[in-house]
Design a protein around this ligand. Structure first.
Ligand SMILES: C[C@](O)(CO)[C@H](O)COP(=O)(O)OP(=O)(O)OC[C@H]1O[C@@H](n2ccc(N)nc2=O)[C@H](O)[C@@H]1O
Ligand SMILES: Nc1ncnc2c1ncn2[C@@H]1O[C@H](COP(=O)(O)OP(=O)(O)OP(=O)(O)O)[C@@H](O)[C@H]1O
Length: 282
């Protein structure tokens, strides 16, 4: 039996997200603060020597070959020229279309996991650049450090904001990122600010008004959570979150939410739990 490498794929939160412009290709220029939380998917990798990549288990609505895990594995094969393949299992815990970056995190864990399993020793910079080809949020997961991101999310400045406990609430809706970014009412002219200002004074999520307008489930979740703590949308939603000084206070609020509004409590972290685990392995 081949040994199995098991690695986490944590969620991210966008602590703020400003839209400062739009590029000629329609993509939006952002300023966003990424922090990881100690909660996420788990991936299990074992090596194959026939060059094939197999992801076991279905993900509703995503074809095997479209899954970011499979795409990441094949991209890494192509770029490295390795003859190895892999069997991959995914324990999915993160909601899809939640703004928690689950698909991007799975892709990043695949790049780092297979780099290790296949003993490629690829430079982290290069893995991050490969990740960018799969999605704007993949590089920050590859680097594994909390970051202020600019451009479409690829220009990273590593930062160390406070690491509170979060209650993340998961409204039962799928929010399409493309739909939010194409809404005419989205504001795209927030003046750019310095990372220092963000860390001192915070910011807002420019997508939030549009998401609240289109999805009553998200609006209601924000209203409810705001009764206990200052609540905000992550990414293009639909998940919303609030910060607490300790786990007990977050759990107390979680217990008061209705059953129709599931959620989880997790610690914010400036070093992703993937990187903490990889560090421990080596
Ligand atoms: C909003 C964030 O979650 C912040 O973390 C990410 O920037 C979203 O990145 P993502 O999930 O990788 O987004 P994609 O799935 O690549 O984008 C879906 C669609 O959203 C629009 N899009 C996305 C990112 C961006 N900076 N500008 C855009 O206009 C594009 O029309 C794109 O086709
Ligand atoms: N391994 C994967 N896990 C989740 N989604 C995947 C995966 N592979 C491909 N996808 C596709 O990516 C889409 C976005 O999923 P994801 O969970 O990353 O959303 P998200 O949390 O809203 O991301 P973001 O914060 O980047 O907007 C899914 O709807 C799905 O079609």
């Amino acid at each position: 039996m081949m040994p199995t490498l098991s690695l986490p794929a944590p969620a991210k939160l966008n602590l703020m997200l400003h839209i400062v412009g739009r590029r000629d290709d329609g993509y939006h220029e952002l300023q966003t603060l990424f922090q990881f939380v100690d909660y996420g998917d788990e991936l299990h990798f074992s090596r194959r020597d026939d060059g094939q990549v197999h992801l076991h288990g279905e993900l509703a609505g995503v074809d095997h070959d479209d899954n970011l895990i499979v795409r990441a594995a094949r991209l890494l094969q192509q770029e490295s020229g390795t003859t190895h393949g892999a069997d991959i299992r995914l324990d999915k815990r993160l909601p899809m279309g939640g703004g928690l970056g689950g698909g991007s995190s799975d892709a990043a864990t695949t790049l780092l996991g297979l780099d290790r399993l296949w003993q490629l020793g690829m430079d982290p910079e290069r893995l991050a650049a490969l990740g960018l080809r799969l999605g704007a949020d993949v590089p920050v997961f590859v680097r594994g450090r909390a970051a202020f991101a600019e451009g479409v999310g690829e220009r990273l400045t590593f930062v160390e904001p406070d690491e509170p406990w979060y209650l993340v609430v998961v409204p039962q809706v799928f929010v399409s990122t493309a739909e939010i970014f194409s809404d005419p009412e989205l504001t795209r002219d927030t003046p750019p600010i310095k990372v220092r200002t963000v860390l001192e004074r915070g910011g807002r999520n420019d997508c939030q008004p549009v998401v609240e307008k289109r999805y009553s489930e998200v609006r209601n979740a924000l209203i409810l959570l705001n009764k206990f703590v200052s609540a905000r949308l992550t990414g293009t939603g639909g998940c919303v979150f609030g910060a607490f000084p300790n786990e007990a206070e977050a759990v107390k609020v979680a217990a008061q939410l209705p059953a129709t509004l599931p959620g989880f409590v997790a610690k914010g972290s400036n070093i992703s739990m993937l990187h903490r685990k990889l560090e421990n392995l080596s």
